[in-house]
Write a protein that binds this ligand. Structure first.
Ligand code: ADP
Length: 175
């Protein structure tokens, strides 16, 4: 892994709705409908136009990502991705989670977003063990950054210090 990919990754504790990166990523559901957790927070902060903009998108497959505007958010774009529900680890959860990070960054490149903030996808309501999710999140993002210069910065915006520590640890362990 090139040092430059690692140098473009930041880990912070915070509320992703306050991020002023070009895009923030939403941990959405397959319907791209009303949600709780980080999705609910993003929907409240973006205002009602966010769900209206999601309606014509026809939902989103697990592991895929689709963009809308950010409306009342500081971020210009919201990239909606659907993480896997944890079923014990034998249901392709790890590769689906990696796909969320990869597809979100591919969509970011398509819309011209050079800075992207991620929450810890699937680690809340969807039950993915946070200690298993963090190395997948950080490793996949580093891989994509190694492949493209179009993304300048990726921020992992963790809701608590425990989550941030897991992401920092994964970042330190990148080869
Ligand atoms: P999922 O359904 O994908 O598990 P959740 O929203 O339940 O999504 O949780 C994903 C992660 O987002 C959890 O670690 C949760 O603590 C965190 N989270 C919740 N609200 C916010 C927020 N406003 N900003 C950043 N992270 C958040």
């Amino acid at each position: 892994m090139s040092a430059s990919a690692r140098d473009r990754i930041e880990v912070v504790v915070g509320d992703i709705t306050r991020e002023s990166t070009d895009a923030i990523v939403n941990a959405a559901n397959n319907e791209l409908g009303p949600g709780g957790g980080v999705a609910g927070a993003i929907q409240r902060a973006a205002g009602p136009r966010l769900l209206e903009a999601c309606e014509p998108l026809g939902g989103c497959e697990t592991g895929d990502a689709k963009a809308t505007e950010g409306f009342d958010l500081p971020a210009r774009w919201v990239i909606h991705t659907v993480g896997p529900v944890w079923h014990g680890g034998d249901a392709d959860e790890e590769s689906l989670l990696a796909s969320c990070y990869r597809r979100s960054l591919e969509v970011a490149v398509e819309i011209g977003a050079a800075s992207v903030s991620f929450p810890a996808i699937s680690t809340g309501i969807f039950g993915f063990p946070p200690n298993r999710a963090a190395p997948i999140a950080v490793g996949t993002v580093a891989e994509v950054l190694h492949e493209t210069d179009a993304i300048e910065t990726v921020r992992f915006v963790c809701f608590d210090e425990d989550s941030a520590a897991l992401h920092r640890d994964a970042l330190d362990k990148l080869a």
